[in-house]
Design a protein around this ligand. Structure first.
Ligand SMILES: Cc1cc2nc3c(=O)[nH]c(=O)nc-3n(C[C@H](O)[C@H](O)[C@H](O)COP(=O)(O)OP(=O)(O)OC[C@H]3O[C@@H](n4cnc5c(N)ncnc54)[C@H](O)[C@@H]3O)c2cc1C
Ligand code: SF4
Ligand code: SF4
Length: 416
């Protein structure tokens, strides 16, 4: 019998690959460093191109009736998938087709199958929390750095005995035939991009942080509020290409930040009362069908300013004065806003360098690169090594899913 396939990363791309392999009768080991699957998509609220809800796991105990699912909920109970959460790859050796992979699973403080999400521990101690109402496995998580007497009490009183505060990491070695890299992206925290003053004032946020605020499951229930005081935000300015197309940070275009900025701008102007949005841009890059987003945003009243933000100044009431050089008008314009939203670069996640080095594969701007850049097989990274989704560079969900399916089809062909 063939060895299973290792999938590294349980975002949309990794989950799709694992589920498609499993449905085709191939065993998959899905390794994820976090305690929930879903990756970045868990935090995105609505999804272009369909504007559907990103929350899509069926069988979700908290939100029944969820109708659509990007990455199929069978994941947890599919017998051909072994899910290894909270796990890191330590070492990869062996030959293509027979890789030996050493990994460490972090301490399992909460047994994912025993936890019924009764909420008792959440009331007892701040050391327990829920990563997302859509988390899978559906279980709370424990942060040992915040442990206290309440946590010990919760361990004793948990009705299903799901808590073990003394849990230890576990090392293991597995043998796999193929490796699929689906490690995704990280949104740059633009602390060092001095001109925008991110990290200095609370009402300067990134697009991912904005997505979390407008999510109906947020603390504000989806109302657009200022992080500084929770008051409604009415005037929003977005700025594009933060850390992208910039030789000081990332020279590449992050490809999808124009589209998600337009998505957020349209949502805010169409769905939130009295919210006005301006977008400061160098170019609006909306490829293929996404030109529609641009047109729709303009029609819905979003204001577009071609130019650069030249000054950000805080005011006493927590609003911000923003000076923009408008290159079409050749004028400096001044705005006062409640929220300043940075469309920050998408960068490789932590640990990519090490993974790329361990596997001896090519990289481009820190993301994984195709073995043969001239070929159309962008998902083939090496002998029995594949990649899909944003591990290959910034991409939207449909592209990530298509690549994951392409990888599975390659593996199926290789096993014929
Ligand atoms: C603000 C914003 C809005 C967006 N809106 C949309 C939208 O509306 N529609 C759309 O189609 N796309 C949207 N996108 C893009 C979308 O987020 C991505 O296309 C999608 O999440 C990519 O999925 P992925 O699986 O490739 O990566 P990720 O979601 O990044 O998942 C990768 C997973 O791999 C894990 N991982 C990383 N390294 C390791 C490792 N070494 N070991 C184990 N696990 C690891 C991570 O923890 C993560 O869970 C948006 C992006 C942003 C930033
Ligand atoms: S008390 Fe136990 S079952 Fe209830 S949420 Fe906490 S870990 Fe889960
Ligand atoms: S997609 Fe748009 S915002 Fe993002 S880097 Fe490219 S041009 Fe800039």
């Amino acid at each position: 019998m063939s060895n299973p396939v290792l999938v590294i990363g349980a975002g949309v791309a990794g989950m799709t690959a694992a589920v498609e392999l499993a449905d085709s009768g191939i065993k998959a080991i899905l390794v994820e460093r976090k305690e929930t699957v879903g990756g970045n998509a868990l935090d995105l609220y609505k999804a272009f191109p369909t504007d559907d809800c990103f929350y899509c796991f069926e069988g979700n105990r908290w939100r029944p009736g969820i109708r659509k699912c990007f990455y199929r909920s069978a994941l947890i109970d599919q017998p051909n998938i072994t899910l290894k959460m909270n796990s890191e790859i330590d070492e990869i050796s062996g030959a293509p087709g027979q890789f030996k992979v050493k990994l460490t699973k972090g301490p399992e403080y909460i047994h994912p199958r025993k936890c019924t999400m009764c909420g008792l521990c959440l009331e007892k101690s701040k050391a327990f929390h829920l990563l997302s109402p859509q988390c899978q496995p559906q279980a709370v998580v424990f942060n040992p750095e915040k442990t206290d007497d309440g946590a010990k009490q919760a361990e004793e009183e948990c009705p299903t005995k799901a808590i073990n505060l003394n849990a230890q990491p576990v090392e293991e070695t597995i043998q796999v035939s193929d490796i699929i890299i689906a490690t995704g992206y990280h949104e740059l925290q633009p602390i060092n991009v001095d001109e925008y003053k991110y990290g200095k004032y609370p009402n300067i946020i990134t697009q991912l942080e904005l997505a979390k605020i407008i999510d109906p499951n947020s603390d504000s229930g989806g109302v657009l509020v200022r992080p500084s005081d929770g008051k409604p935000a009415k005037r929003v300015m977005m700025v594009q290409c933060v850390g992208s197309r910039d030789e000081n940070y990332y020279p590449y275009c992050s490809k999808i930040c124009c589209i998600f900025a337009l998505k957020h701008a349209s949502i805010l102007t169409q769905e939130r009362d009295d919210v006005r949005v301006s977008v400061v841009y160098m170019d609006i890059r909306t490829y293929e069908r996404y030109e529609r987003y641009y047109r729709r945003s303009r029609e819905s009243g979003v204001e577009f300013l071609r130019g650069r933000v030249s000054l950000v100044q805080p005011r006493e009431d927590d609003t911000l004065d923003i000076t923009v050089y408008d290159s079409l008008l050749n004028k400096y314009l001044k705005f006062t806003v409640d929220l300043f939203v940075l469309s920050s670069a998408l960068e490789p996640p932590e640990g990519m360098d090490k993974l790329i080095e361990t596997l001896g594969i090519k990289s481009a701007s820190g993301f994984v690169a195709a073995a043969d850049p001239a070929s159309e097989d962008e998902v083939v990274i090496g002998d029995h090594i594949y990649a899909c989704g944003t591990a290959l560079g910034p991409a939207e969900v449909p592209e990530s899913v298509t690549q994951a399916r392409a990888v599975v089809s390659k593996i199926l062909q290789s096993r014929k």
